[in-house]
Design a protein around this ligand. Structure first.
Ligand SMILES: Cc1cc2nc3c(=O)[nH]c(=O)nc-3n(C[C@H](O)[C@H](O)[C@H](O)COP(=O)(O)O)c2cc1C
Length: 205
């Protein structure tokens, strides 16, 4: 079976909160399915927001020196991304959005400098899973966040595999009281790896 690398991104500032718990289960599922798993806890990393300086438009690189230097490589070389982040004011929470904004240099490499940012041979195998929770009693609470994640995945040549969105989840740990949420996340993690493995086998055949 081809080796699958999965990167989990824990975006919430609330440690062991709802989206962190979902991510843990999804990563357990991914490991059980044979993937090599890396995880970034965004709030534990030194990640500055984008300065909009435009330096990357010419160089393709960000001139800020922080944790992003390593994170770019991990995101572009993993075939699966699991992004877990809560809804804050109808978007993603600020730390997750700051991380995403820092991919402007990848956008510049791809769209201005016309570089390949991912491996063309295996690009079509790449898949993404989005895990999110919101406090409101409203399934539309995710609308804004979904737009952001869609463009993030598209930039990274990642096709949406699946998303798990749970509303009415205001309290810390509320996902534990949901009848299926944690099991759903575990199973999404295993299915994500199975799908990427199939895709890799196909492109390498
Ligand atoms: C600053 C802030 C803004 C929030 N904004 C929204 C919102 O716009 N809509 C919503 O449904 N829930 C909102 N929530 C609730 C969170 O989405 C919810 O508590 C979520 O489960 C938190 O996930 P976490 O435990 O992984 O951090 C907000 C919470 C905070 C702290």
């Amino acid at each position: 079976m081809p080796m699958v690398r999965i990167l989990g991104i824990a975006g919430s500032p609330r440690q062991n909160g709802n989206t962190s718990l979902l991510l843990e289960e999804a990563l357990k599922g991914a490991r059980a399915a044979g993937a090599t798993v890396n995880k970034i806890v965004v709030c534990n990393r030194d990640i500055n927001p984008c300065l909009g300086c435009g330096w990357c438009r010419r160089s393709g690189a960000c001139q800020q020196e922080d944790a992003m230097e390593k994170i770019y490589g991990l995101t572009l070389s993993s075939q699966g991304i699991i992004l877990a982040a809560p809804v804050y004011f109808n978007s993603l929470n600020a730390q997750t959005k700051a991380l995403i904004d820092r991919y402007q240099c990848v956008w510049a490499r791809k769209e201005i400098l016309k570089e390949e940012v991912t491996d063309p041979a295996t690009r079509s195998a790449r898949r993404g899973l989005f895990l999110s929770t919101a406090g409101a009693d409203d399934p539309h609470a995710f609308d804004g966040a979904l737009k952001v994640v869609e463009s993030f995945f598209r930039l990274l040549d990642i096709e949406y595999f699946h998303r798990l969105l749970f509303f009415r989840m205001d309290e810390k740990g509320a996902v534990k009281n949901h009848p299926t949420a944690l099991r759903d996340a575990y199973s999404a993690g295993t299915q994500l790896v199975a799908e990427i493995s199939r895709n890799l086998a196909e492109v390498r055949a």
